[in-house]
Structures are given as C-alpha cells and as structure tokens.
Design a protein around this ligand. Structure first.
Ligand SMILES: Nc1ncnc2c1ncn2[C@@H]1O[C@H](COP(=O)(O)OP(=O)(O)OP(=O)(O)O)[C@@H](O)[C@H]1O
Ligand code: SF4
Ligand SMILES: [Mg+2]
Length: 347
C-alpha cells in the first residue's frame, strides 16, 4: 500500500440471506448486493461511484464504514484493517469515516434542534470540550456550510431541502472525519440547488483536506466533482478510470450506454451522437446472469466467453480498468454493436 491511499477495499462481498418459513428460519437464497469489489480511494480525492438503482452502491458504502457486516473481503483504512476491529477500536475508527445521506429529512431526527444534532456526535467522541468551546465550534461548523448561527435553535422541518443537506454535512464534519461517504447527496434536491451543494462539498474538501466517496446513479452529477469514477453493475465494478478519461474513452459497453443517456447541450452533436439504448430489465441481484453479468443486455455480446466466463476487472491503460473480455476490440471497432434479442434479457 502506498502512502497516498486512504482506503483499500479488497474483494468485498455483501450477500444478504433471503429467509422463508413461518419463523424466517430457512435461507432459500442470497441477494448478491456487492459481489467482489476491489478499489482504492486516495487521500484528498473524490471517488465517484455510479450505477443503476439496486446495483449495490449504498451497500458498498455502508460496508466500507462497516455499517453492514461484509460477507467477505477486507477494508483497510489508513493502514488498519477495519474488518477485524471491535468495540472501542471500531467506535474510534468510525469517527474518521462519516456518511452523508440522500434524504436529509429522514436522516435528521425531527425532534432534535440543529444544536443537539451537531453536538451529539461530538459528545460521543469526546470532542465536546466545555460550553464555550463547543459553541464556538458550532458557529464555525455552520459558517463552513453557509448557515447562520440562528440555525442552531431551529428544527429540521424549518429548513429547505438544500439547507437540510447542509446540516447533514455539518453533522458529518462535526467529528472531524478524514473520509466522507456521500450517498446520493443531491438526488433529493431541486436541480438549481444541486450545484450549490456540490460546490459546497468541493470547498469543504479543500478547506479540511477531506477524502470523498460520492455515490450517485447519474454520471452527470459525479463528473465535475470526481477525480476518479467507478461504474458498478449488479454488485461488481465494471470500469474505473480518471473522470476525464472515463468520459472521453469509455470502454465498457455499460459505461458507454450510461454516458449515451446524458443529453448533450449542443443540438448538432445531440442529433448525430451514438445512442445506446439498453433493452431488457436489470436482472435480479438474487439471481445474477452467468459469465459477464451484463451479457443479457450487452449490444456487443459475443458467442464465446460472454455468457460463461466472468471477466475480471483488468488494467487496460494507466489507471484505467475494465471488466470486459472484448474491451480492446470494441474500442478498435473490430466488433460492432448488434440488436439484443428481448428473450436474452431474462433475470
Ligand atoms: N438489508 C438488506 N437486506 C436484503 N437485501 C438488501 C438489503 N439492503 C439492500 N438490499 C438489496 O441489495 C441490492 C443492492 O441495494 P443497494 O441499496 O446497495 O443499491 P443501490 O445501488 O444503492 O440502489 P439505489 O440507487 O436505489 O439507492 C438491492 O437488490 C437491494 O434490494
Ligand atoms: S464481456 Fe461480453 S457481454 Fe460482457 S460487456 Fe464485454 S462484450 Fe459485453
Ligand atoms: Mg442507494
């Protein structure tokens, strides 16, 4: 591990048992929510994690913070294997990794004033050092997220969605974390407010030297704030690259499809650009397709290997990894997309 890496996730798996029977005592299968993801997050960077609903983004974020117990694999945070920590050691480590949630209304207790919401975490981690020092700290926190001091006495329902998300961010900052996992931090907000909150996150990153893992289902949201981006499909990473590289040279068919769904403002480009429409539903993570998990929907699918052999995430260029048997041929144009028969799109 090099010094500039803050988090190393190695082959992490989260399989939720599917229980049946009157006493829910029989396990009849598993939801393979996260199924073998390896990635690293470097100090001070923003790693964007994208993919369709249900592909396992939230579960991966939670497993990283050990808010859900991984079925396998490890998470090493700043040199310490988090997967083996217990009790007080785990609690202390948790201070350094905070989560910001999608819906601030449901993640903030409506009966608690902003002051009490912010002090709670500080107190739990011994950062509440006397009335005056704490009040000073609260003022700084609010100023950092662009809220007035008067916000302290108010309750979550008295704020707009964007302001509530600022409170959620202040609450995460209150315990001086190194890493913030932001799970769809702007998807519940109006488009006009989204950019403000994303800008705030960027400012705070510079000010406090934070490292971010930002989860979103929309590539457009993570593009500008991410240094690197990982694309997930059905519990696995299918592609990872620097943000600009991913947009300019997407190699995995799924990434190409996601990118082609983002409208381009220039009407001429919009009319001529390649649009890849994915047919077929997202298969169930309880019964993922054999071989390449994307083969039921892939317009480039080949008769050999695609439905039998699971493609590993492999390095195809500096810092660019892709999990597709035919990535080079697709890039070179030697194999071309074709119609996907609907009957292939079974789960
Ligand atoms: N506690 C749980 N028990 C059983 N299954 C779960 C649990 N949490 C998540 N799942 C399932 O795991 C899969 C991945 O869910 P997850 O919430 O991680 O996806 P996501 O990518 O965050 O989706 P979204 O974009 O909708 O938030 C889904 O099929 C979901 O139903
Ligand atoms: S391995 Fe085959 S099915 Fe999977 S993405 Fe590549 S071409 Fe498509
Ligand atoms: Mg989610």
């Amino acid at each position: 591990m090099t010094d500039d890496v803050l988090v190393t996730v190695d082959d992490i798996k989260v399989h939720f048992p599917i229980k049946r029977g009157v006493l829910l005592d029989r396990t009849v299968g598993h939801v393979y929510a996260v199924d073998g993801v390896s990635l690293q997050v470097r100090r001070g960077e923003t790693y964007g994690l994208v993919g369709e609903s249900g592909c396992g983004k939230t579960t991966l974020g939670r497993a990283l913070l050990r808010l859900v117990e991984p079925t396998g694999g490890s998470v090493v945070f700043d040199g310490t294997d988090v997967s083996t920590l217990k009790g007080e050691d785990l609690r202390r480590m948790r201070r350094r990794m905070q989560m910001v949630f999608q819906d601030p209304m449901s993640s903030l207790d409506p009966r608690q004033s902003v002051e009490s919401l912010l002090v709670e975490g500080m107190r739990a981690h011994g950062l509440d050092k006397g009335k005056q020092a704490t009040h000073q700290r609260l003022k700084e926190l609010l100023a950092a997220v662009g809220l007035p001091e008067s916000a302290l006495r108010k309750y979550p329902h008295e704020f707009s969605g964007g302001q509530r998300q600022r409170i959620g961010i202040a609450r995460a900052l209150a315990v001086e974390p190194d890493l913030i996992v932001a799970d769809e931090p702007v998807s519940a907000l109006d488009v006009s407010v989204q950019a403000q909150v994303l800008n705030l996150l960027e400012e705070l990153q510079d000010e406090f030297g934070l490292t971010y893992l930002v989860v979103a289902h929309d590539l457009a949201v993570v593009r500008h704030i991410s240094d690197r981006i990982g694309v997930m499909y059905l519990g696995s990473l299918v592609e990872e690259a620097g943000s600009d590289e991913l947009y300019e040279r997407p190699m995995h068919p799924y990434t190409k499809a996601l990118l082609s769904a983002i409208p381009v403002p220039d009407p001429e480009v919009e009319d001529t650009r390649e649009q890849i429409l994915l047919t077929g539903d997202l298969p169930s993570p309880a019964n993922p397709p054999s071989g390449c998990r994307f083969h039921t929907r892939c317009p480039w699918r080949q008769p050999a290997r695609c439905d039998t052999e699971r493609p590993p995430l492999r390095e195809v260029g500096s810092g660019h990894r892709v999990a597709c048997h035919y990535a080079e041929e697709i890039l070179a144009g030697t194999i071309t997309p074709h119609e996907v028969e609907p009957e292939l799109a079974q789960s």
